[in-house]
Write a protein that binds this ligand. Structure first.
Ligand code: DAH
Length: 319
């Protein structure tokens, strides 16, 4: 038993002992009481010390990189040697690789960000209801686990604006983990992945953006695709579009079965301005879309919750 528990039990027994005072001859009660009280003080003192000692215990740092031996007692399925990469990570690599082959640099997003990068720098007006559309989590310190990878746009633009002056373009993709305070169901997760694209040059246009997106989706699914756009709304693009692809026949799609894959548009002049880029001289386009959805379509998955489930049978199918 832990020392503290033992002492508490001792104290309880002592109280039982004290109750016996009624059975003792009246002239001996005072001495009996004093003896029990002294013991009680002693135990209370030791409880205090034991509690303090527990607070003082130094927790040994856990070295999660240390090698560990396979544990014979665990069922085979949990063996440390049985692990494999998470399918989303494998697919995210594939996504990034396709963009890299087109000449895009890669910057990773962060898992904790702030109000400025989540909203202000993206031209969301203060108190604008569009802020509510992102179901953001907040920490007690008012930091924000990003609800989209667009949080990185301002940083990417600012860090690369010198390139524009040197006559080069900005071409960056940002893969990252994002979080939303949503009710989880087959098509919604609180934690998922997105990939953002940002492109700025003197004379880029929407046609080029659609060309890049078509190229990406055709490479990823390994076939020619029908694409379509429809009007959208994002405070950080003007005009804004939603980009759809026709669900490939090989993946169970029928003619006219279009799926929305991402949001995109021409970067709003205010967003460029806030990053120190003159919107009269330079233009940009940007897009961002979910990786989970992309992968679900590729593998015919009907429930996004598999990804975060830790279900080993599911994960093993992707080894
Ligand atoms: N961040 C948006 C979302 O998560 C998607 C998006 C739309 C990203 C337009 C962009 C963009 O970069 O230009 O809903």
């Amino acid at each position: 038993m832990v020392e503290l528990d033992r002492l508490k039990l001792e104290l309880k027994n002592l109280n039982t002992e004290y109750a016996k005072i009624r059975e003792i001859a009246p002239e001996k009660r005072a001495e009996f009481g004093r003896k029990i009280n002294a013991q009680k003080q002693d135990i209370l003192e030791r409880i205090k010390m034991a509690e303090q000692a527990m607070l003082d215990v130094e927790v040994e740092p856990l070295d999660i990189t240390a090698p560990c031996a396979p544990n014979e007692e665990l069922p085979q399925v949990y063996s440390v040697f049985d692990g494999s990469r998470h399918p989303l990570m494998t697919e995210l690599d594939r996504v990034v690789e396709i963009y890299q082959l087109m000449g895009f640099d890669v910057v990773e997003s962060r898992q904790l960000d702030d109000e400025y990068h989540m909203f202000d720098s993206l031209n969301f007006a203060k108190e604008h209801p569009a802020r509510d559309g992102y179901d953001t989590f907040r920490t007690e310190e008012d930091l924000i686990p990003p609800a989209h990878t667009s949080t990185m746009q301002h940083r990417v633009l600012k860090a690369n604006r010198k390139k524009l002056e040197q006559g080069k373009e900005i071409a960056v993709v940002v893969p990252g983990r994002v979080f939303r305070n949503e009710d989880v169901d087959a098509t919604h997760e609180h934690t998922f992945y997105q990939c953002e694209g940002v492109y700025v040059s003197r004379d880029c246009n929407m046609g080029q953006m659609l060309g890049i997106l078509r190229e990406f989706f055709e490479k990823y699914y390994g076939q020619k695709l029908e694409i379509r756009t429809q009007p959208g709304y994002f405070p950080f693009t003007e005009p804004s579009l939603e980009f759809l692809i026709e669900k490939p026949k090989t993946l169970g799609g029928k003619k006219g079965d279009f799926l929305e894959m991402l949001g995109c548009g021409m970067i709003h002049p205010n967003v460029l301005k806030m990053a120190g880029i003159d919107p009269k001289e330079y233009h940009g386009f940007a897009w961002g879309g979910g990786i989970d959805r992309l992968v679900m379509l590729k593998y015919g998955l009907d429930d996004v919750r598999y990804f975060e489930s830790g279900n080993l049978n599911f994960l093993k199918e992707f080894k």
